[in-house]
Design a protein around this ligand. Structure first.
Ligand code: NAD
Length: 493
């Protein structure tokens, strides 16, 4: 319950405040070389949670050198041994899953009911890729008349991982686990608004016996520590999750050192509901996919495309559901929507209310800050109706509990509107007509499509976006394609 979560958090917060958050470099928890710190605060009440080491280019350089020094031994470690170490980390994450969940809720504002399982999923990420260590180097033998032709894969080298604040712990493991399984060493630069659980991950890996320098964590700001990481010559590739504009900046920053990049960026994902769909299930999914996790999720369906024939009744039921959402303290299990990560982000989300009104859309529900417990960055869950595809609220990623509804007449118009954005991460289609479901899936410009389903992650499947939503795929063997080089060896017969 609520009180149990508060009780669990109290000693952890005390410890966090006393310890502060340092970098992990070469197996040591250290202060910034400049001695500078920044504060991380809770979006619930703006209370300061910890002083955090403020990384600069000097810290990144130390970390990159540690990752480079640790690389040969890690690359050459027997896969069975590497597998065992990654399983040890998974077990340690699982053992601390409840601690991770409460701290992440306090640091990010995400509701506990959705975060409770996030650390378990993080442990699963480590287990899944641990079990793939042995096959990471697999290749092909394609003999010709005169040669044996063997291809194999080798880890690319030390890599940089740069992550956002929305579900920081789970997302970090989604990048770090496959990199380590591939035999790469890592420098991780977590988001400056949510450093708390990245620090826990660093400590868990260190305590689990991960060799020094294999995972390094450098905290700090994007334009400072993040930029230095993308420019460092010892770092061979950058795996980045965050905003599209940041991805573009990273590409430019990494160009002089020819960085390989993997980008998971923003989205403006459509959920398309046809009149023949199972409308009760569709309604549940529509509500879940934008109002869970504060709508701060890349795969959220932030545009509802609903067939005109059923639009009025569907929107009426939807509005009632949105009005009934419980905004509150993130550690209260009853809470569905918690405070947004930061005042700046709250301001951004709220600014879209004015933009929508000015463009002629209707704010059907919500649309204002909410006076929640602790007085933090709460917002009313918001529903925008009477929107057209060319309006800014139908084009921009708002990244909050904010849904824009656009009606459509027929299949062709649904597809046209769905594809009429610069993003292409996910799409969701609800219809009883399987032929139509597959036709629409084929026509949608998005990397991942769910038919008659909300987003359910299955680790072997490819995860990633088209258009301005990303470059590259994660999951299963796709992750190894990024963290490894393919090498060809030819031997005369
Ligand atoms: P952001 O781009 O502002 O920041 C992400 C990270 O990049 C942070 O660690 C930040 O410090 C760092 N950074 C910022 N500027 C940098 C620079 N010039 N060089 C190097 N690093 C830099 O994103 P955010 O606001 O933290 O996260 C929200 C965004 O992330 C949304 O757009 C969301 O859609 C996206 N996201 C995408 C996925 C996906 O899988 N496609 C998943 C989660 C979040």
């Amino acid at each position: 319950g609520f009180q149990a979560n508060l009780d669990r958090a109290a000693p952890l917060l005390k410890q966090l405040k006393a310890d502060g958050i340092g970098h992990l470099i070469g197996g040591e928890i250290v202060a910034a070389s400049s001695g500078e710190v920044f504060e991380t605060a809770s979006p619930i009440d703006n209370s300061v949670l910890a002083q955090v080491a403020r990384g600069t280019a000097a810290d990144i350089d130390r970390a990159a050198k540690a990752a480079k020094a640790a690389f040969p031994a890690w690359r050459d470690m027997a896969p069975a041994k590497r597998r065992k170490l990654l399983h040890t980390i998974a077990d340690a994450i699982e053992a601390r899953a409840d601690d991770i969940a409460v701290l992440e809720c306090i640091d990010t504002g995400q509701a506990h009911r959705f975060m409770a399982k996030a650390a378990i999923r993080a442990a699963e990420n480590f287990r899944f890729f641990a079990d793939k260590c042995a096959e990471a180097r697999d290749g092909l033998n394609t003999p010709s008349d005169e040669h044996w032709n063997v291809s194999t894969r080798v880890p690319i080298g030390p890599v940089g991982v740069i992550t956002p604040w929305n579900t920081p712990f789970m997302l970090s493991t989604w990048k770090i686990a496959p990199a380590l399984a591939a035999g790469c060493t890592v420098v991780h630069k977590p988001a400056e608004w949510s450093p708390v659980t990245a620090d826990m991950l660093a400590r868990i890996c260190k305590d689990a016996g991960l060799p020094d320098g294999v995972l390094n964590t450098v905290h700090g700001f994007g334009e400072e520590a993040g930029k230095a990481l993308t420019e460092h010559p010892a770092i061979k590739a950058i795996a980045f999750v965050g905003e599209t504009a940041t991805g573009a900046a990273i590409m430019a920053q990494g160009a002089p050192t020819l960085k390989r990049v993997h980008f998971e960026l923003g989205g403006k994902n459509p959920v398309i509901v046809f009149g023949d769909a199972d409308l009760d299930r569709a309604l549940d999914a529509v509500v879940f996919m934008i109002y869970s996790l504060n709508g701060e999720r890349c795969t959220s369906s932030s545009r509802l495309l609903v067939q005109s024939s059923i639009a009025d009744s569907f929107i009426e039921k939807l509005a009632a559901r949105v009005r009934a959402l419980k905004v509150g303290h993130p550690l209260d299990p009853a809470t569905e929507v918690g405070p947004l990560i930061h005042q700046r982000h709250l301001d951004k989300v709220c600014s879209y209310v004015d933009v929508a009104r000015k463009d002629g859309a209707t704010i059907a529900v919500g649309g204002a800050p909410f006076d929640g417990p602790g007085g933090g960055h709460y917002v009313q869950p918001t529903l925008v109706t009477n929107a057209r595809s060319d309006m800014q609220v139908a084009q921009d990623e708002v990244f909050g509990p904010f849904l824009t509804v656009i009606p459509f007449k027929d299949e062709a118009e649904a597809i046209q509107i769905a594809n009429d954005v610069r993003y292409g991460l996910t799409g969701y289609v609800w219809t009883a007509d399987m032929g139509r479901a597959l036709r629409v899936a084929d026509a949608l410009e998005a990397g991942m499509i769910w038919l008659n389903s909300e987003n359910v992650r299955h680790l072997p499947t490819p995860f990633g976006g088209m258009k301005q939503s990303g470059i590259g795929r994660d999951g299963g063997d796709y992750s190894f394609d990024f963290y490894m080089e393919t090498k060809h060896v030819s031997l005369a017969r």
